[in-house]
Design a protein around this ligand. Structure first.
Ligand code: SF4
Length: 109
């Protein structure tokens, strides 16, 4: 097995470090322009409301994202993310209540 030239090894390590630092720098720049909740098909996967969400093209699928990457997307996010869970719970309660009322009406007939 050939001996490793320390100078050559250091050159390679420096080159790899340079490549990785460029990747990290590029990822950092992109993270400020592309929301982490936007998937590769430009659908929003966030579990909260955001002003950039657009109605889904097909009922029951993910919302679209209208953010064009020219401004900071974060100020469009719902400022109280836990509100989403509270509203979902409220909707569940309303549905249960409505189902109960429908059953009562059916039984009276
Ligand atoms: S709609 Fe808002 S939260 Fe969803 S991907 Fe776009 S910017 Fe992000």
């Amino acid at each position: 097995m050939a001996k490793l030239d320390p100078e050559e090894a250091q050159k390679r390590i420096d080159r790899i470090s340079e490549i990785f630092s460029e990747i990290v720098s590029h990822a950092e720049t992109l993270s400020q322009l592309r929301c982490p909740y936007r998937n590769r098909n430009d659908h929003c996967t966030a579990e909260f409301r955001c002003r950039n969400q657009r109605a889904p093209a097909v009922e029951g699928t993910l919302h679209g994202c209208s953010h064009d990457g020219n401004f900071d997307y974060r100020n469009a996010w719902e400022s109280r993310p836990l509100e989403h869970e509270r509203i979902k719970e409220k909707v569940r309660d309303i549905r249960k209540h409505a189902a109960r009322r429908r059953n009562q009406v059916r039984h009276k007939k």
